[in-house]
Design a protein around this ligand. Structure first.
Ligand code: SAH
Length: 566
């Protein structure tokens, strides 16, 4: 079972030493510390209960360094919900006790034993089957699947009541268990790929040793796979993965079938037939059996690790971090960062996207090398890696998404075209700034970059003139820089030809980042010295207005209507 890295949650400095020790056993684990009480940890949280519930619902294993009771009380409200049940453990602050609480079927006892061994104490295992037999029969290791949990529970309680058992088939991990084995026993643990009728005297465990090679052209692919397995008298949970030809990597039918069957999809170099495809991907397979035209079943003697078969489809995600604050990052972006093998971007943004695990590769480059970065991203993704390109704000707003698409458009490399490409949005600086000021962009508005690095200044002047004339509110990105000192002054001259001096202006600097500032002023007061390259400039239209807010500042908004108030 591949396990997500655990979260180590602590309430105070007193537990930090034990937390760090646990981190040595799980280098990918992040320590979550209560804000104001614990400094210098990877994550800081405001509220213990909410944090624990969120981690639990995201299926993150939890190691809480506090009283078991606090953990139970915090999670109580989410326990009845169906869904993820990750391992949850309470560990005493000083590391003297390890108590597995939840997630019996997710391997909590295995985790508890590992931690206890590391800390030199005994784990407080309370699961009877586990205590008696030294393993949880209902939680077979990766590569094996339990046929039926409910039947399994009954089977284990029969065993606990004193019945003996025989083992049918190869189950290496059960050799170590202390099972009351007896060749003549009524109860049997059956390990094999063959489809079997459910039987109360049997615990059926399927080894995932079956690979099905498919062609994307086959209609109703998932059903065809199911029918072929049925025909071959193989149980569906024994299916380890689907295999297809690399030149069909982007075929939606393949992704859909793999998702429906709940198995990974792997790819091998094109071959004359699907049987050959399977044979070349796993030479030690028993001879693949062709089933009709676009399908072949191959059965291995041992469970198949899909990671070892051919390769996976690479993924490239262009993500937006939002303006800076973690709360303003969309959850899909957080999830993408967690699955990334490689992260590319301007160093400031890559740092903003962290912290990262030791196994994640960071490729920090200069801000200007956009096309080069985009091509590098495709090269990595074409190798089957999961690659993230980071932008601040939204990746589609004066940022990396367009460069990545341009690189793809210009390329005729088939392996780049097959990469799974996705653009994940973020909160752009203009929207983050506008939200803090009220709703200055509440009516039609125009977004412009004042940088003439990639476009002629004359075009910028023309657009400024027309947008101002059209009475659109304006949002300026890249308003000024050391190499572009005079442009903002010129831009304001143009805007002032169409707007009055009392037009509201919002300056947001480092919005959503430490030290952020927000200023509301009038167009007549605005000078380029008040603006730098970390500033967003919002200029109102003729209808934008302001009024005092209770905290002393000013609200700014542009009404929805134009002309006559409806
Ligand atoms: N993709 C980004 C914009 C990149 S252009 C986005 O969607 O926000 C860079 C410009 O964006 C900066 O010169 C500045 O004008 C503005 N900007 C980016 N982040 C900002 C922030 N946190 N606060 C204010 N302005 C910001």
């Amino acid at each position: 079972m591949t396990r997500k890295a655990p979260a180590i949650v602590i309430l105070g400095k007193g537990s930090l030493a034990t937390a760090r020790k646990l981190q040595q056993f799980y280098p990918d684990a992040l320590i979550y510390g209560l804000a104001g009480r614990v400094e210098g940890v990877e994550r800081s949280y405001q509220e213990f209960g909410a944090t624990l519930r969120q981690l639990y619902q995201q299926d993150t294993p939890i190691i809480a360094l506090c009283a078991a009771g606090i953990v139970i009380r915090s999670l109580a409200s989410v326990l009845l919900e169906k869904g993820a049940e990750p391992p949850v453990l309470a560990v005493a602050e000083d590391g003297s006790a390890v108590v597995p609480l939840l997630g019996g079927l997710a391997g909590v006892n295995v985790l508890a034993r590992e931690i206890a061994a590391g800390l030199g104490v005994a784990a407080a295992i309370t699961t009877s089957g586990e205590l008696r037999f030294g393993t949880c029969l209902l939680n077979p290791p990766s590569g094996y699947a339990l046929a039926d949990l409910e039947l399994g529970k009954r089977f284990v309680s029969d065993l606990l009541a004193g019945e003996s058992v025989r083992i049918d088939g190869a189950a290496p991990w059960l050799e170590q268990a202390q099972l009351p084995q007896n060749e003549q026993a009524q109860l049997a643990i059956h390990v094999g790929c063959d489809a079997r009728e459910a039987n109360a005297n049997e615990l059926v465990i399927y080894p995932r040793c079956v690979l099905v090679a498919v062609s994307a052209a086959l209609p109703a692919l998932a059903n065809a796979v199911r029918a072929a397995l049925r025909e071959a008298k193989i149980a569906e949970p024994a299916l380890a993965c689907l295999l297809a030809s690399e030149d069909e990597m982007a075929a939606p039918a393949l992704q859909a079938a793999a998702a429906e069957l709940g198995v990974p999809l792997r790819f091998a170099a094109p071959a004359a037939s699907v049987s050959e495809l399977a044979a070349q991907a796993l030479p030690q397979l028993l001879a693949p059996q062709p089933v009709g035209d676009g399908l072949a079943i191959a059965v291995a003697a041992e469970p198949i690790d899909p990671q070892q078969i051919g390769r996976g489809r690479g993924r490239l995600a262009v993500i937006g971090l939002g303006p800076g604050a973690a709360e303003l990052m969309v959850p899909a972006v957080k999830a993408e960062l967690a699955r990334a093998n490689d992260v590319l971007g301007y160093e400031t943004y890559v740092r903003m996207a962290g912290p990262f695990r030791a196994d994640q590769v960071l490729h920090c480059t200069d801000n200007r090398e956009e096309m080069q970065r985009a091509r590098h991203a495709f090269e990595l993704a074409a190798q089957g890696r999961s690659v993230v390109v980071v932008s601040s704000g939204d990746p589609g707003v004066f940022a990396m998404a367009a460069a990545v698409l341009e690189a793809l458009h210009e390329s005729s490399e088939p392996s780049w075209q097959r990469v799974e490409l996705e653009v994940l949005p973020g909160v752009s600086a203009s929207l983050a700034t506008a939200a803090q000021a009220g709703a200055p962009l509440g009516h039609d508005f125009c977004v412009l970059s004042l940088s003439d690095n990639l476009k002629p200044w004359a075009i910028i002047e023309q657009r400024l003139d027309l947008a101002s004339q059209a009475d659109l509110a304006l949002a300026f990105y890249n308003p000024i820089s050391r190499s572009r000192p005079w442009q903002l002054g010129r831009a304001l001259e143009i805007v002032r030809q169409h707007r009055t001096a009392d037009t509201p202006v919002v300056l947001g600097r480092d919005i959503g980042r430490p030290g952020q500032t927000l200023r509301v002023l009038r167009l007549g007061e605005l000078t380029p010295e008040q603006v730098d390259m970390r500033t967003m400039v919002l200029i109102g239209s003729s209808t934008t207005c302001t009024f005092p807010r209770a905290d002393g500042g000013e609200w700014v908004y542009t009404p929805r209507w134009y002309g006559q108030k409806p």
